[in-house]
Structure formats: structure tokens, C-alpha cells
Design a protein around this ligand. Structure first.
Ligand code: SF4
Ligand code: FES
Length: 383
């Protein structure tokens, strides 16, 4: 194994993984139709134990990771979450809990705060309880989320709400932002649905039309102005969906560049979606993280630009967006090394244009959504 005691990139080798996403479990009490978890999540059975997670955190911190997200599935399903948060704090991570708030109560909020959790991000599905129930597959979740959002704020956390926008809730954006304001949010991520995992399966029913998107941006800007006039400090972050961009995002800041995900069973991935790609990923149960990050075939596969095809290979923008997202390229073209079709220079960009045209069809709103569930997931499990 190469010696990487210094993470400098002077010789072109990668720097440290600054961001660690710990996907503690794929279990979740909700069934969101836009979930980015893998379609075959039901095949993942053997979650890392508490001691194995502590070992992962310790190794990642020693490599230079500073930001740690606890996510899932629903991380609160894990009874050892407080133990892991305390260990992360002891190691010196800045910690963020990414949660639906299902499984949270006042006692747990205080226990997590005592353990040293820095930040909680709660997801909301909609302002309308009926839409929220239809999208998440639970009639009770919405009221619980609102109560817990208030409790998190009362406990003194900076409160970030995350609302995934799609064609079923984007027209309610005005009342969604009003609700977030009422809850006392410090920041709201208006995250247009990224089409991975279950969201990709439901693409036809989720992708908003261009007209819906433009109206939502205008609503966000009106709210920004209104908030400024009231001197109300609630940041609104509006994330444009890939399908309405002309250039792709530099996904994860580049493959194996700053971001490392450890999946519930210990698979180590460059992003949360990568396990759907036709390649093998190493496991933290079998290899040290340092070896995986610096020396594994999987993490080196799409580093640099040698792997790129035209038009990326000779494009002046290749170091800016690194050719886009490998998972999106694979989902849309079947080739993980292809130029992300979001790019209007890609020979496959017509696929994105066709999806936009389909989304302009109003009858799409009646498209049934497949809720994320274990029974359906079995269909996608590899034998
Ligand atoms: Fe980026 Fe490739 Fe498009 Fe150039 S051709 S802008 S590198 S995705
Ligand atoms: Fe996997 Fe973009 S989500 S590389």
C-alpha cells in the first residue's frame, strides 16, 4: 500500500476524503417515492455493528475527514446513534444528522445534543398533509415532523429544513416556504428532486415541467425579498434540477475527490448511488479505508481525465465539471464513462430533451408513484 501520511496532491495523487457520509441503515419507516437509496436495498442485510462503525469513523478522521453526515434510510432507527455521535465528537468531526424526524422525540433530541451532535436537518414532503402522505406513504408522518421541527429549534439547534421538490408539490412552494418560516427555520433547502434510485424509477411522475420550475424560482425570489424586508434571517437555497441545466454538476466534487460514503453493510463508495454501477466496490470489513481511498481500482476508476470519452476528453470545461455524474451517465446511456447527457454537448443530450418534453405534458401528474418498499425492492435484487 502507498504511504499517504501527507495528503497533499503535488504528485497528482488524490487529497484526503474531507466528507464522510455514514449511511447507517437502509431501514426507514417512510416509503418516499423520491428516495435515492438503491433499488435493491433489500439485499443489504448485514449492517455494520457499533464497533465496526466506530472503527470506520476513527480511520476516516485519521485520514483527514472533518465533516460527517449520519444518514440512511433513517439513521434514528439505529439505537446506537447517540453512541456514534459521541464518538464522532470525541474524534473531532463536525456532525450532521440527516433525518425524516421519525423516531425522534424530546428525550432523544436532548440525548443527541448531550452526545455533541452539531446539526440536524429534517426533511419535509409538502405543506399539505395529503400530498405529504401520498409522497411518503404515511398519513401520520407530517404532523410528527412539524412537532419535531419545533422541538429541534427549541433545543437550540440551527434548524435546516430540506424539501425535495417535484411535480406534485412544487406548485405549493409559496405555502411550503410560509410553513418553514412559521416553524422558525434558519435555512431551507429547496432541493429539486435528483433522479437517482427510486426517484429515477418514478421519473415520469416526479419531474416538474419547465413552467412549474420557472414559477417556483419566481416564488423563491419573491420570498427572499419579503424575508429581507422583514429582516428575517432564513436562507432559501434553490437547487435547480439537473434535467433543466445545460451543463452537468461536478458530481461529488469529482469521483474519489473529497467525498466518501460508507453504506450500511460497509461497502465504501464515491457517492451514495454508485453501488448500482456495473463494478465492484471494496468493503470496510475487508480493507482499511486508506487502502480503499488511495489504491482501490474502484476509487481510481474515474479520477483525473484519462478515462474520459469525447466530447469531454478535449473539452475546456472538463476540469470544471469532470464530465458530470457517472451514475447519471450510466442510468441514461448504460455506459458509466459516457459524458453526462445533461451536458448539451453530449451526443445523448436528446434523452434529457425528451424527458423535458414529456414533463410538459400535464397528464403526467396522474402518473402513479412507486413507493420505496422492501417487497418491490426484491424485484431488483441481484441473485
Ligand atoms: Fe463538461 Fe464534458 Fe460537457 Fe465539456 S463536454 S462541458 S467536460 S460534460
Ligand atoms: Fe454517483 Fe454522481 S451520484 S457519481
Amino acid at each position: 500500500m502507498t504511504d499517504h501520511t501527507d495528503t497533499a496532491t503535488a504528485n497528482g495523487s488524490p487529497g484526503a476524503p474531507l466528507w464522510l457520509l455514514a449511511e447507517l441503515t437502509y431501514r426507514c419507516p417512510l416509503q418516499c417515492s423520491y428516495c435515492s437509496n438503491p433499488l435493491d436495498f433489500a439485499a443489504v442485510k448485514q449492517e455494520l455493528t457499533t464497533d465496526e462503525w466506530i472503527d470506520v469513523l476513527t480511520q476516516a478522521r485519521a485520514m483527514g475527514a472533518v465533516q460527517l453526515g449520519f444518514s440512511g434510510g433513517e439513521p434514528l432507527v439505529r439505537k446506537d446513534l447517540e453512541t456514534l455521535v459521541a464518538e464522532a465528537r470525541r474524534l473531532g468531526f463536525y456532525t450532521n444528522l440527516i433525518t425524516s424526524a421519525l423516531g425522534l422525540d424530546e428525550a432523544r433530541i436532548h440525548a443527541l445534543r448531550d452526545a455533541g451532535l452539531d446539526h440536524i436537518q429534517i426533511s419535509l414532503q409538502a405543506s399539505d398533509p395529503d400530498v405529504a402522505a401520498a409522497v411518503a406513504g404515511s398519513a401520520k408522518a407530517h404532523a410528527k415532523k412539524l412537532a419535531m421541527a419545533r422541538a429541534v429549534k427549541e433545543a437550540g439547534y440551527p434548524m435546516v429544513l430540506n424539501v425535495v421538490l417535484h411535480r406534485h408539490n412544487i406548485d405549493q412552494l409559496d405555502t411550503i416556504i410560509a410553513l418553514c418560516d412559521d416553524l422558525g427555520a434558519d435555512a431551507v433547502e429547496l432541493a429539486n428532486c435528483q433522479l437517482y434510485g427510486w426517484a429515477h424509477l418514478n421519473r415520469a411522475g416526479l419531474l416538474p415541467s419547465q413552467a412549474q420550475l420557472e414559477a417556483a424560482e419566481a416564488t423563491t425570489n419573491r420570498w427572499r425579498q419579503r424575508l429581507a424586508e422583514r429582516d428575517r434571517d432564513m436562507r432559501l437555497l434553490f437547487v435547480v434540477p439537473d434535467y433543466y441545466a445545460d451543463r452537468p454538476k461536478a458530481c461529488m466534487g469529482g469521483w474519489g475527490s473529497i467525498f466518501m460514503t460508507v453504506a450500511p453493510d460497509g461497502a465504501v463508495l464515491p457517492c451514495h448511488s454508485a453501488r448500482m454501477l456495473p463494478m465492484d466496490f471494496p468493503n470496510a470489513r475487508e480493507h482499511p479505508l486508506q487502502e480503499i481511498w488511495y489504491d482501490s481500482a474502484a476509487f481510481n476508476r474515474y479520477r483525473g481525465d484519462d478515462w474520459m470519452q469525447e466530447p469531454c476528453r478535449s473539452c475546456d470545461e472538463r476540469h470544471k465539471d469532470v464530465g458530470g455524474c457517472r451514475c447519471q451517465a450510466y442510468m441514461l446511456t448504460g455506459d458509466p464513462a459516457a459524458t453526462d447527457p445533461v451536458c448539451d454537448l453530449s451526443p445523448d443530450h436528446h434523452l434529457i430533451e425528451a424527458a423535458r418534453r414529456e414533463a410538459a405534458d400535464d397528464s403526467r401528474s396522474a402518473q402513479a408513484l412507486t413507493l420505496r418498499n422492501a417487497r418491490e425492492s426484491q424485484v431488483f435484487c441481484r441473485t
